[in-house]
Design a protein around this ligand. Structure first.
Ligand SMILES: [Ca+2]
Length: 263
């Protein structure tokens, strides 16, 4: 692989609006090759996150990327709360898009994560942007994947800003903390991108409005229109910050680079 080759990734997702944006960005970027997509519960039920993910592949006409359905609940205990108050009942801002014609592969998400690791040893970056249940299940199925993935770069945690699921907790970690512990202790190179970075658009909306630097023109118009529909609808259905977790005005103590605004 040369330095100019795209980064090859497997994305574990719970496709609500933000994951749809991330996945479409990856699909349209010449710098990223998505090798597989595994779906988890989280923003909405796993059947819906899987359908939303498959629909994205139809939009960009990339049906050959395997999509696997995974966990329906955390490792331990019941689902505490879904994100449908933010992402809509359909996980896509209540845009009520038609169901996809594509179907998931027969493997479970954990099985696909294990298979891809063995087929591409040392080549793939695993990018979880959902509760870590699928990744923990894959580790339980085959701990050797911690040596087979090149690295893990996950969206999760909360280091310099208040939480988005509870006062101090970020949703992807909070939704399945036991799974998160397994993933963080697995021994692979791991980078956690917390709310202080992933909420950067709160401070700089121009970042959110900026299209990918290079997009594949044949599909970008449709994708952009769909994205705008999703984002706009999601913003309309987003509920006020829940009283149980709203931080005080005194926190965080500073800085705009955290990306947090308390209003
Ligand atoms: Ca997510």
């Amino acid at each position: 692989m040369t330095d100019t080759a795209p980064t090859r990734v497997v994305i574990d997702c719970d496709t609500g609006v933000d994951d749809a944006m991330a996945i479409l960005y990856g699909l349209l970027s010449p710098n990223i090759e998505i090798v597989g997509l595994t779906c988890c519960w989280g923003n909405i039920w796993v059947e819906t996150t899987t359908a939303n993910t498959l629909r994205l592949l139809e939009i960009v006409q990339m049906p050959s990327i395997p999509v696997a359905m995974g966990a329906r609940k955390p490792l331990l205990g019941p689902i505490w709360e879904l994100g449908n108050g933010v992402h809509g009942a359909d996980g896509q801002g209540n845009t009520n898009l038609p169901p996809p014609k594509l179907e998931p592969v027969k493997e479970s998400a954990a099985e696909l994560l294990v298979r891809l690791a063995h087929e591409h040893p040392g080549e793939l970056t695993l990018v979880p942007i959902a509760p870590l249940t699928n990744v923990a299940a894959a580790l339980a199925l085959d701990p050797s994947i911690a040596q087979l993935y090149k690295e893990v770069v996950l969206m999760g945690g909360n280091f310099l800003a208040p939480g988005n699921a509870a006062k101090w907790a970020e949703a992807n970690i909070w939704h399945d903390p036991e799974a998160a512990q397994m993933v963080f202790e697995a021994g692979w190179p791991i980078t956690a991108v917390g709310l202080c970075r992933s909420n950067i658009w709160r401070s700089w909306p121009s970042v959110a409005r900026r299209p990918p630097a290079t997009s594949r023109s044949s599909v970008s118009t449709t994708s952009s229109a769909t994205l705008l529909d999703m984002v706009g609808a999601s913003a309309r259905c987003t509920m006020p910050w829940p009283s149980r977790s709203r931080p005080t005005a005194a926190w965080p103590p500073t800085p705009p680079w955290c990306g947090w605004t308390s209003s």
